[in-house]
Design a protein around this ligand. Structure first.
Ligand SMILES: Nc1ncnc2c1ncn2[C@@H]1O[C@H](COP(=O)(O)OP(=O)(O)O)[C@@H](O)[C@H]1O
Ligand SMILES: [Mg+2]
Length: 286
């Protein structure tokens, strides 16, 4: 904490988070003089800080302790639009301890989640992944990584792990071109048991959102049709469930009355979505 900017950054944090950060910096070799940065975009549920020491870089992660009523309502509306809730599905925000458990389980299964450096009750230190989010790549028109992401999710599913909330902002491509998954604050449940519903939702969620956020919808839809859909069929995903989920998400985002707020993405990202959305839904129709 050696300059004014970082003192100011620290002062923007709630007291308990600032205390957690102090403990994290005390734990980390060279932490006392580390450089702190915020990511470019901040979500609703977490405090994320990048910590750079003389020798290493890592990520401090803690939950926001704000009331998330508006956010909860938004998510509830979105999940209901897919039909997931009405069919016995639900979601919840994990606390840090539960997220740490998830990360340990995923690491034990050999899945590409950040290494856990240290876990406390209310915060964790995890590996910093050098790379870009799928969201950033798609927004810039780079669509070729989607099949790799889908493959990586299938690998997780084959080990009984569903990441949840893969909306392109939580999937990264590292500097070697490998898939890395981050951010496991949301957990999905399904009362019908392990019948492939969550796995179908995960695939549908990612594919729909990739179409929604990319500036290159034509190329993306071609990749979905020629590469991704055939793989999903071979792997045994429930294509008709996926169709229902994708159609529901299309309706949600094209609904002029959908709840919207300051963390929603710009309208310009989905004004022209009706036609590609229909094309996507029809691909999953047979
Ligand atoms: N381990 C990590 N390595 C590199 N970047 C990260 C890491 N964790 C988070 N980020 C960056 O910070 C952003 C927000 O973090 P994320 O964990 O997705 O939380 P939230 O979505 O709640 O803000 C990510 O989109 C990513 O750009
Ligand atoms: Mg995120």
């Amino acid at each position: 904490m050696n300059n004014l900017v970082e003192e100011n950054l620290k002062n923007t944090l709630p007291t308990n988070i600032a205390q957690g950060l102090e403990s994290a910096l005390a734990y980390l070799p060279g932490g006392k003089t580390a450089k702190l940065e915020k990511p470019q975009t901040e979500g609703l549920f977490n405090h994320i800080l990048f910590i750079t020491t003389a020798t290493d870089r890592c990520v401090f992660r803690a939950r926001r302790h704000v009331s998330n009523e508006a956010g909860d309502a938004y998510m509830q509306y979105m999940y209901e639009a897919t039909g997931f809730i009405q069919n016995g599905g639900s979601f919840k925000l994990r606390n840090i301890a539960d997220e740490v458990d998830f990360i340990k389980r995923a690491l034990a299964a050999g899945l590409p989640v950040p290494k856990l450096i240290h876990a406390d009750e209310d915060w964790m230190l995890i590996e910093y992944v050098t790379g870009k989010t799928l969201f950033d790549l798609l927004e810039a028109g780079e669509v070729k990584f989607l099949p790799k992401i889908v493959q990586s999710m299938n690998l997780a599913h084959s080990q009984g792990i569903v990441y949840a909330d893969r909306w392109t902002g939580n999937e990264m491509i590292d500097s070697q071109g490998n898939v890395r998954m981050i951010d496991f604050d949301i957990e999905w449940f399904y009362e019908g048991g392990n019948d492939g519903t969550l796995e179908a939702l995960e695939m549908a969620w990612t594919i729909f959102n990739a179409m929604r956020v990319t500036s290159n919808r034509d190329d993306l839809l071609n990749i979905v049709e020629t590469e991704i859909l055939p793989s999903l069929k071979v792997w045994g995903y429930d294509i008709s469930k996926m169709k229902q989920f994708i159609a529901g998400l299309c309706n949600f985002y094209l609904d002029p009355n959908k709840p919207s707020n300051n963390w929603s993405l710009p309208t310009s990202l989905y004004v022209a979505m009706a036609e590609p959305a229909n094309r996507l839904v029809s691909m999953f129709s047979n």
